[in-house]
Structures are given as structure tokens and as C-alpha cells.
Ligand binder design. Structure first.
Ligand SMILES: Cc1cc2nc3c(=O)[nH]c(=O)nc-3n(C[C@H](O)[C@H](O)[C@H](O)COP(=O)(O)OP(=O)(O)OC[C@H]3O[C@@H](n4cnc5c(N)ncnc54)[C@H](O)[C@@H]3O)c2cc1C
Length: 292
């Protein structure tokens, strides 16, 4: 199937990009892996694609005492080649390395991944656990939003972005705040058909000796938006790290009792529910051995 006709713009400045996006039916184009598929199948028919993949203000990585800033158009491959990413946010490096294959990692962008937030996308749970802060530009100017604001209960159809940004808004950067956690990690089981995560869990852990002071967990693959695993977080707080695996397995089901867990012909919802505890336990285990 051929796409419906569309205009293509490649702005060279942030101002030009914002102006181009103000058109009614304009859409941001980054890596294009999700958007172009939808355009080709006419699941979506934008009038103008505004290509921001080469825009300098959306590129690069910056590290300071406050944390790690990542330009929204940074590709997964560029971030994996930057050792500051694995040093400051180990779970982010784990997640980036697990995405797709070399072609996907060479073109896919952090911004596209977080905005699209496909079922089983690897970066949204990491950003959620990290309390990432998004910098967004639109006609009203620049503003910041917490990542948790973006993934509401209501999400669009499969081909539509899950993040409630609005099509005229441009995500320019993502800040991963500095953390004094003992470690963090991301672990996933890969979907046999799509290559996305069947279930993936990001864990950030604070240990005092063997005792778990605090744990933050985020999961992907269960439903269209990433979720926090608060039942497991509460169950392990104040407990020994030795007991974390059994507590995670026992309490993970409580985190999905009210979630409509995704079913597909290759992986049932009940299988996803079943493996959530073991994937969570593996993420905690890996986080306990990784220094931040
Ligand atoms: C075969 C295949 C395998 C994949 N495997 C995985 C996987 O294992 N794990 C995983 O996490 N992902 C996977 N993906 C998804 C891939 O990582 C996509 O790149 C990602 O979902 C979208 O990123 P993109 O840069 O291609 O965005 P695009 O397709 O260009 O855009 C996606 C959406 O986000 C919007 N958007 C993009 N950038 C911005 C921005 N800066 N500001 C505002 N809106 C923006 C676009 O308008 C569009 O609506 C896979 C994709 C394919 C095709």
C-alpha cells in the first residue's frame, strides 16, 4: 500500500520546527520506525512530516551534577556508544542494548520511543523509575513535564503515540536526575514474534548493607502504558536482599490484578502475569550488583 501524499519538511532550527508543527495535520518525524509504518498503511495520514532527526538542539548528551541530559533525537546506538549513559543510569544502558536489532538501534530515537510508547517498549519503564523530566517546546514556549504525567489511563490506538503530548508539541530533551541509589538494572524477556519485550522490568535499588531501604520498579509489556509495581516495592522495603526474589514472585500478581493484561496469539495475558515475578526478581538481582 502506498502512503497518502504528504509534505516533508526538514527544519534547521528549533523555531522553524515549532512553526512547521503548528500546522493542523503536521507530525514530528524522528527515526520513523513507528510513524512511517503507520503512514504507509494509512493508519495515520499526516499532511506534513517535520523531520527533526538532524536538528542540532535535539542531539547529544550532557552530564552535570544534576544528572544526565539526553537530546530527544539521540539514537539508541549513539547512546550505547557514550559511556556516561551506563555510568549514570545503568538501567538505561541495559534497556537500550535490549532494543530490537542493529538497524533499529541505529535509527530509533529516545524521543520517539518515549512518545510512541508501544506495547513492550523498553525505555518508558526506565524513564518512569528514574523520574525523568521532559523538556517540551510548543508555540507557548518551553516547559517541563514529569514523565509520569504522560502515560495516563486513556491511550490511543496501536499506531498512535501513548504519551499525551499533542501533535504540535516537540520533545527536545530528557533529563535523568542524578541518583544516590546503590544500583539499577533493566531485564526483559523477548517476545518471540515481535522482538519487543514480552515483559520488561526496570529496577532502582537503595541498599543499607543487606537491607533494602527503597526500591522503585517499572514494568512494560503488560498493557499499553508502563506501570509501577508498587505492591512489590512495599513488600521488599526493610527486608533482606536475600528475600527479594521470593517476595517479588509472591507480590507481583497484586500489581496486575486491576490491569487488563495484553493477550496476543503468541503470548497470552496469563503467561505475562506468570513471568512478571521472575522478571522482577531478575531485575532486582541485577540492580543489587551494579553500581551507579
Ligand atoms: C522491527 C522493529 C522492532 C522494534 N523493536 C523494539 C524493541 O525491542 N524495543 C523498543 O523499545 N522498541 C522497538 N521498536 C520501536 C522502535 O524503537 C521505534 O524507533 C520507536 O518506537 C519510535 O521511535 P522513532 O524514533 O522511530 O519515532 P518515529 O517513528 O519517528 O515517531 C514515533 C511517534 O513519536 C512522535 N515523536 C517522535 N519524536 C518526537 C519528538 N521528539 N517530540 C514529539 N513527538 C515525537 C512521532 O510524531 C510519532 O507519533 C521496534 C520497531 C521496529 C520497526
Amino acid at each position: 500500500m502506498y502512503p497518502a501524499p504528504f509534505a516533508y519538511e526538514r527544519p534547521t532550527s528549533l523555531g522553524e520546527a515549532i512553526t512547521a508543527l503548528a500546522a493542523d495535520d503536521a507530525r514530528v518525524l524522528a527515526g520513523g520506525h513507528s510513524l512511517l509504518t503507520a503512514v504507509k498503511s494509512r493508519a495515520t495520514t499526516p499532511g506534513t512530516l517535520v523531520d527533526v532527526s538532524e536538528l542540532p538542539s535535539l542531539a547529544g548528551v550532557d552530564r552535570d551534577d544534576d544528572g544526565l541530559w539526553i537530546g530527544a533525537a539521540s539514537t539508541y546506538a549513539a547512546l550505547l556508544a557514550d559511556e556516561r549513559v551506563a555510568t549514570v543510569v545503568p538501567m538505561l544502558a541495559d534497556a537500550l542494548a535490549s532494543i530490537g536489532d542493529p538497524q533499529i538501534r541505529n535509527r530509533g530515537t529516545v524521543g520517539g520511543n518515549l512518545v510512541q510508547a508501544d506495547l513492550g517498549a523498553d525505555l518508558p519503564p526506565v524513564a518512569l523509575v528514574a523520574d525523568a523530566v521532559l523538556t517540551i517546546h510548543d508555540e507557548a514556549g518551553e516547559h517541563q513535564r514529569e514523565i509520569s504525567d504522560l502515560y495516563g489511563e486513556e491511550v490511543g490506538a496501536d499506531h498512535e503515540p501513548a504519551a499525551g503530548l499533542g501533535t504540535s508539541a516537540l520533545l527536545t530533551g530528557v533529563e535523568f536526575p542524578a541518583s544516590d541509589a546503590t544500583g539499577s538494572a533493566y531485564v526483559r524477556r523477548t517476545h518471540p514474534a515481535t522482538g519487543y519485550a514480552t515483559v520488561g522490568v526496570a529496577a532502582r535499588l537503595w541498599l543499607d548493607g543487606d537491607m533494602i531501604e527503597e526500591l522503585r520498579l517499572g514494568a512494560t509489556g503488560l498493557c499499553r502504558r508502563p506501570i509501577r509495581l508498587t505492591a512489590v516495592e512495599s513488600a521488599v522495603r526493610g527486608q533482606s536482599i536475600e528475600d527479594a526474589a521470593s517476595l517479588a514472585t509472591a507480590h507481583a500478581p497484586a500489581d496486575v490484578t486491576s490491569v487488563d493484561v495484553h493477550d496476543d496469539p503468541n503470548v497470552s495475558g496469563s503467561f505475562r502475569r506468570t513471568i512478571l515475578g521472575t522478571v522482577t526478581a531478575a531485575a532486582i538481582d541485577r540492580a543489587s550488583g551494579v553500581d551507579e
